[in-house]
Design a binder for this molecule. Structure first.
Ligand code: ADP
Length: 319
């Protein structure tokens, strides 16, 4: 049985070259993706026993994704092909280095239902990871159900806010559904833009305090090349990033979430009792995962192996 389970979408990103808007895309480059699937692969590369719960279509892309995750060592016994719809696609354009535009084509990602979930499988793990893309579609109730079971079993439940405004009918709905995700979780990971969207402030100290008041036990704000900030109510602080030659930060957030899940799944203490030193160490590891994912192109392809993370964590490497 896996130690950590990641639940949500697995999809094919169709990437165009950089510097063009969506409508001018030339050849599209298929690439495996979906934040929860990336997190599962990241954890497998860190040597963790990890399972993925999700759905693809009974099509070539679906077979490709299942085989790929299995080949990485992810447990795919609950990652299934459903013939009722095709595999989800996301066409991704990056018209400028700071902008990403998406055209999303839903498929089987919307078909995960609470009735299909395996309670014993979910409750056998130590940690569950899910994100808001799942909450934006009809699989949302399944994700919240899984989170409830995981919490009942005393697990860490990590919610990756991962806001994609294009997926929501309107941002008010997004805010309220993401609020349900927060209420079902013990840990939240978000960036400054998402923090401001949810709390009205991009200031990590004030924003994280507001989220703790909503019931999460640990708030981690990722700050790109500035590292990350943590707050568990008893301890808070900033953990600097590692200096790397950043080529493409796609996948850094997912690698960071995996690093966080890696650290938390080894902790037996309640989150509120984790010291500043414990949390620093955990986020330093997560920062190393995120930094390494930024050093090569792509999302899943760029996720680091444990030995590379350990190398970066040596006192004489990075910062
Ligand atoms: P998201 O993609 O979710 O917005 P971030 O861009 O904040 O996430 O990246 C997640 C983590 O990856 C950061 O907290 C940091 O540790 C690491 N990271 C991202 N970009 C860089 C970078 N340019 N240099 C070093 N580390 C980085």
């Amino acid at each position: 049985m896996p130690r950590i389970i990641s639940l949500g979408e697995a999809l094919i990103d169709l990437f165009a070259g950089k510097g063009v808007p969506l409508r001018e895309l030339k050849p599209l480059q298929p690439s495996p993706g979906g934040a929860p699937a990336n997190v599962a692969v990241a954890l497998a590369r860190l040597g963790v026993d990890v399972g993925f719960i999700g759905k693809v279509g009974d099509d070539d892309y679906g077979t490709f994704l299942i085989d790929l995750l299995a080949g990485e060592g992810v447990d795919v016994t609950h990652f299934t092909a459903d013939p009722r719809a095709p595999t989800m696609l996301a066409v991704v354009a990056a018209p400028s280095p700071t902008e990403q535009h998406f055209a999303i084509y839903h498929g089987t990602d919307t078909l995960l239902s609470p009735e299909e979930l395996d309670q014993a499988y979910i409750q056998s793990a130590r940690c569950l990871v899910f994100g808001s893309v799942t909450l934006a579609d009809a699989s949302g109730p399944a994700a919240l159900h899984a989170a409830r079971w995981a919490r009942e079993a005393g697990q860490h439940v990590i919610f990756d806010v991962n806001l994609r405004p294009a997926l929501w009918p309107d941002l008010q709905v997004a805010r309220s559904r993401i609020g349900e995700g927060l209420a079902s979780s013990t840990v939240v990971k978000l960036n400054e833009v998402e923090l401001e969207f949810l709390t009205g402030t991009a200031d990590p100290a004030a924003g994280s305090q507001a989220l703790l008041q909503q019931g999460v036990q640990l708030c981690c704000v990722s700050l790109g090349a500035d590292g990350a900030y943590f707050n568990n109510g008893a301890a808070s602080g900033h953990v600097p990033a590692f200096h790397v030659e950043a080529v493409d930060t796609t996948g850094s957030g997912d690698a960071f979430v995996a690093g966080l899940a890696f650290g938390l799944s080894k902790q037996d203490q309640p989150i509120a009792q984790l010291s500043s030193a414990d949390l620093h160490q955990m986020l330093r590891f997560a920062n190393a995962c995120g930094a390494l994912a930024a050093t090569s192109l792509g999302a899943m392809t760029a996720l680091p192996a444990l030995k590379d993370v350990e190398h970066l964590l040596q006192p004489d490497a990075g910062t």
